[in-house]
Design a protein around this ligand. Structure first.
Ligand code: FES
Length: 326
């Protein structure tokens, strides 16, 4: 297992909403220390069935306790169904240290958080953090139905608690079943000053609508996190290229039509990976040289242009040689 991975005890499993459970993890032994987490961070769970899946943490800043929430996804490829049906309290599993590609700008004067369904998990963490900071924050929480929305009671308790403070939370719920259809995000997000920071996590179509709405409204501080690759992600192929791993001295030829991740796995190497879709960040490797076509959904335009690291599951190399810090 990678040196940074941690052994975690499944301490508690709790019903949060229809088809959603939360899972509380604690260090499996006294010598295991969980790094403190930030709002927006996620961890990878190495499941007993060999799968690795990423989940956002809901409890930022908590010492030695990680809490995730998991939807029993009807289209599960094995991750959520394993967690719902087979994981048991008392089991020990391997997890990664937290990674954060969905960071809050904590100095923003005003933040608007938008959650769709299980996308509430990082958004709920952000809400707690912004309230701890005394920042001005709004929450727009959308779900198909009220009984499918996790953490409503916690959010209502926070709303009540802050009602008398200088920074009360403004919360809007949108349940498709009650409103007769999905939200009109352009309408819901209109009228905010241009220095507002927006954060959205939810299903792909909602994120596509969110990006379009923010563009139409001229908003520039637009942040999002996807669970899976955008629908219009094109598969790209390249000519064969050579990869040099500077630290280990390994040299691997990546054939045309094969991902860099698969080429390394086929060569007997053991790179970290989870989603294989460029959305979780677990396969990130530092780039020393080479012309990378970045295909992931994580790095910003500036980070892609800087070419300091790449997600090897989806990004490809356009030059004949790629040198990695690995
Ligand atoms: S495995 Fe998730 S970004 Fe590459």
């Amino acid at each position: 297992m990678p040196a940074s991975n941690l052994q975690a005890l499944v301490f508690n499993i709790r019903f949060e909403a229809k088809d959603i459970i939360s899972i509380e993890l604690r260090p499996a032994r006294p010598d295991v220390v969980f790094p403190t987490t930030e709002a927006g961070a996620h961890i990878d769970l190495h499941l007993g069935n060999g799968l690795v899946r990423s989940y956002s943490l809901t409890n930022p800043g908590d010492e030695n306790r990680y809490v995730i929430a998991v939807l029993n996804d009807k289209n599960s490829r094995g991750g959520s169904s394993y967690l719902h049906q087979q994981l048991r309290v008392g089991q020990v599993i391997e997890i990664s240290a937290p990674r954060n590609f969905f960071r809050l700008n904590e100095s923003a004067g005003r933040s608007v958080l938008i959650a769709g369904g299980i996308g509430i998990t990082p958004i709920y963490a952000m809400l707690q953090r912004l309230l701890d900071l005394g920042s001005s924050v709004e929450l727009i929480y959308c779900a198909r139905n009220r009984d499918e929305a996790a953490y409503i009671e916690n959010i209502n308790a926070l709303t009540k608690h802050t009602a008398m403070s200088k920074t009360p939370i403004a919360v809007q719920y949108h349940f498709d079943g009650e409103k007769g259809g999905p939200p009109d995000l352009t309408h819901l997000l209109a009228g905010r000053p241009l220095d507002t920071h927006f954060y959205c996590c939810g299903p792909g179509p909602m994120l596509d609508a969110y990006e379009k709405a923010c563009e139409a409204l001229g908003q520039v501080n637009v942040h999002l996190e996807r669970f899976s690759a955008a629908k219009d992600m094109q598969q790209v192929t390249t000519d064969s290229y050579r990869v040099e791993l500077k630290r280990s001295g390994e040299i691997v030829q990546v054939p045309s039509g094969v991902s860099l991740l698969d080429a390394l796995l086929q060569a007997g190497l053991k790179p970290d990976f989870s989603c294989r879709e460029g959305v979780c960040g677990s396969c990130e490797i530092k780039v020393i040289s080479g012309e990378v076509d970045h295909r992931d959904q994580i790095l910003t335009k500036q980070e892609k242009a800087a070419n300091k690291s790449m997600m090897i599951c989806v990004s490809v190399c356009r030059s004949s040689v790629l040198v990695l810090d690995a």
